[in-house]
Ligand binder design. Structure first.
Ligand code: MN3
Length: 205
């Protein structure tokens, strides 16, 4: 049975994350970039005859598939997560079990943020920064190039992502030009920690 992959709705208006992420960038990012990854993945998955598989199954052995699957499947999944972990009236800090796990792993929320920001700023060229949960249920921060993610068997640190930040220039160049560190710092104003906590709980199971 084909999976019937679904292009997700953007959970808020294009201008909802202003002033940190501008409406024009959101619209182009969602309607052009994300849409193209989705369409190209669906087409390629049918051609390669893996459209019966979930993205997670595909990623777990991504190294055996053509690059078109890796690039576009990653782009489809990564942006879906990215939209979900942001929101209007967000920011602040995590609570409960997630905050406890962050404190245990990194020492404090500030240290976790610092490690994540370093990953985002030092990813050379296009890619992503991640907060993820490994097979032992422990949190870690990592960076991946292009549209790779921690679910892929090619990732140096593997696990389930619960927070991701797109550091491709298309994600910030209209508003921030070359100032990636400013974009990265402003990300914390739009993180939906309630959603990240849900993803953490699910990833721990
Ligand atoms: Mn992008």
């Amino acid at each position: 049975m084909a999976q019937g992959y679904i292009f997700p709705e953007l959970p808020y208006a294009y201008n909802a994350l202003e002033p940190y992420i501008d409406a024009q960038t959101m619209e182009i990012h969602y309607t052009k970039h994300h849409r193209a990854y989705f369409d190209n993945f669906v087409k390629a998955a049918a051609e390669v005859k893996i459209d019966t598989l979930s993205l997670e199954d595909i990623f777990s052995r991504i190294s055996i598939y053509p690059a078109v699957i890796r690039n576009n499947g990653g782009g489809f999944y990564n942006h879906k997560l990215f939209w979900e972990v942001m929101g209007p009236n967000a920011g602040g800090q995590p609570e409960g079990a997630l905050l406890a796990a962050i404190n245990e792993t990194f020492g404090s929320f500030d240290k976790c943020k610092a490690e994540f920001e370093t990953a985002a700023k030092t990813q050379f060229g296009s890619g992503w920064a991640w907060l993820a949960v490994n097979a032992d249920g422990k949190l870690f921060v990592s960076q991946t190039p292009n549209q790779d993610n921690p679910l892929m068997d090619v990732a140096s640190k593997r696990g389930t992502p619960i927070l991701g930040l797109d550091v491709w220039e298309h994600a910030y160049y209209l508003k921030y030009q070359n100032r990636r560190p400013e974009y990265v710092g402003n990300f914390w104003n739009v993180v939906n920690w309630k959603k990240v906590a849900e993803l953490y709980k699910a990833a721990k199971k």
